[in-house]
Design a protein around this ligand. Structure first.
Ligand SMILES: CC(C)(COP(=O)(O)OP(=O)(O)OC[C@H]1O[C@@H](n2cnc3c(N)ncnc32)[C@H](O)[C@@H]1OP(=O)(O)O)[C@@H](O)C(=O)NCCC(=O)NCCS
Length: 140
C-alpha cells in the first residue's frame, strides 16, 4: 500500500468502471489524490500495477470517513479490499471511523462485518430504493 500520486490518475480511472463512465467520479478521485487522501494497493510482484484504491477523509459530519474503496474486478476476493480498509484504519487517528455503502452492496457489507465495523444507521433517498447503510468501527 502507498499514497496515490498524480501519475496514478489514469490507472485509477482504468481500474474503476464508474470512473470510466462518470466525470464526477474522476473528479472525486483527482481531488482525493491532490489532497493526499487516496491510498493504492499495488501488486506485490509488479508495484506499477494498481489493484485497488481507498479514500480516507472527513466528509461525514467532520468525522473520519471512508467514502470509497474500489478493487480491480480481476483482483477481487484476494484480500485486497480488506488490506485497503485496514491501511485506512491504520492512517486514521480518531476513536471512530465511519464508512457507508448501499443496502444492495453485500460484498462491501460482508467485508466491513469481517473487519469489525458495526451498523450505525441508514440514509434514505440518495439512491432510489437502495438506502445508504452507515457503519462505524470504534478504535481502542
Ligand atoms: C467490495 C470490494 C471493495 C471488496 O473487495 P475485495 O478485494 O474483493 O474483498 P476481499 O477479498 O478483501 O474480501 C474480504 C472479505 O469480504 C467479504 N467479501 C468480499 N467480497 C465478497 C463477495 N463478493 N461475496 C461475499 N463476501 C465477500 C468476505 O468475507 C471476504 O473474506 P473471504 O474472501 O475470506 O471470505 C469489491 O468487491 C469492489 O471493489 N466492489 C466495487 C466497488 C464497491 O462496491 N466498493 C464499496 C463501496 S464504497
Amino acid at each position: 500500500m502507498r499514497l496515490a500520486w498524480q501519475a496514478d490518475l489514469d490507472a485509477l480511472f482504468d481500474l474503476d468502471v464508474i470512473a470510466q463512465r462518470e466525470e464526477s467520479r474522476r473528479e472525486f478521485i483527482a481531488r482525493a489524490v491532490a489532497c493526499g487522501q487516496c491510498w493504492v494497493a499495488t501488486d506485490a510482484d509488479d508495484t506499477e500495477l494498481l489493484l485497488g484504491y481507498g479514500v480516507l477523509d472527513h466528509s461525514f459530519f467532520g468525522q473520519e470517513f471512508i467514502p470509497l474503496v474500489v478493487v480491480l474486478g480481476s483482483a477481487r476476493r484476494r484480500g485486497v479490499g480488506a488490506a485497503i480498509v485496514r491501511e485506512l484504519e491504520s492512517r486514521s487517528l480518531g476513536a471512530k471511523l465511519f464508512t457507508s455503502t448501499n443496502a444492495s452492496n453485500l460484498p462491501m457489507q460482508a467485508l466491513l462485518g469481517k473487519l469489525g465495523f458495526i451498523g450505525s444507521g441508514q440514509v434514505e433517498n440518495l439512491d432510489e430504493g437502495d438506502p445508504e447503510l452507515v457503519f462505524v468501527k470504534f478504535r481502542c
